[in-house]
Design a protein around this ligand. Sequence first.
Ligand SMILES: Cc1ncc(COP(=O)(O)O)c(C=O)c1O
Length: 360
Amino acid sequence: MIAPHPHVAAMAPYALADLSAPEGKRPISLSQNESARPPSPKVAQAICKAAENPHLYPDPDWSELRYALADLHGQNPDQILCGNGSLDLIGCLARAYLSADDAALAPEHAYPFFKTATLTTGARFDTAKETNLCADIDALLAAVQPDTKIVFLANPGNPTGTRLSGAEVRRLRDALPETVLLVVDEAYGEFADHLNEPMFDLVSRGDTLVLRTFSKAYGLAGMRVGWGYFPQDIAAQMRKVMNPNNVALAGQMAGLAALKDQAYMRATCEETAKLRDHFIKRMRTAGLHVPESYTNFALLQFASEEAARRVDQALRQEGVFLRAQGGAGLPNCLRATVGVADDMDLAAELIEAALQEEAS
Ligand SMILES: Cc1ncc(COP(=O)(O)O)c(C=O)c1O
């Protein structure tokens, strides 16, 4: 047998959502934090246009998309990199900056891919306690070790949905050693942009970068387009380890079309927030603990791991899929992505009925 690196052999495969519906049931996936609303109608036109030239490689430099992003966010286009989803960029960061002698650090209920990307390099993955399901800056600072190279912070967080204020993220950055790279993953950033706390200016320090994606508020999860704002020298190192031609032509054109329709994206965020807050209110009334969410999902905390599992099973029997959170250290929680209104009502009804059954 041909042996992989021992640290790869020791890893568990990344757990994707199980979406196998019982026969005859329409599967309703509220499990992958996809957008409830399809993207701007301009995206379909852009994809059709891209279909005219599938025999050609895409722009390896994502120029049009980069310049449009720089224009929108008031950034230097040379410091923007695009990825095959932001997962691609997280993987490249780990490859470029972590080795077996290093460690990465994240809040205890961090997005699981931070750990996966770290472990593929042989580095250690450390976590710091959260407070009330939110990243805790003092705990993170206390957990920094001499070999800590990267701190991964999703803000807002997944699966918690909670968020540190801009001032708190700045306090974290100021107190971290300059030798520690802070990765602020704003995959859900557009859902919190109304709070007007942009983080992009931190990038000029040279030790911080910000990631975003088209997969959530722009509704392009299937197109696989992420991007980030990087210090110049980190961008230069990243380019060495990135796959050339990483974002397909259709993805680049879809991203550009979605970006140009800001009004549509904002309406998606507002509509999603309304559905989310209505659902959260209903779940709290039903007796669940649900932290405030700044994203397109809600974290439902049950009395026990068994209760969460039973409710998950009850929903699965009806073809409704939430996401269990044992992998993020929250075995008593299920995460519900905000879907269309009818699906949210159905999910809420099924959860309420399952909770009544639990109580009886
Ligand atoms: C915090 C966070 N970062 C990154 C990603 C990956 O997104 P993308 O589709 O851009 O790879 C996700 C997706 O769920 C996420 O929740």
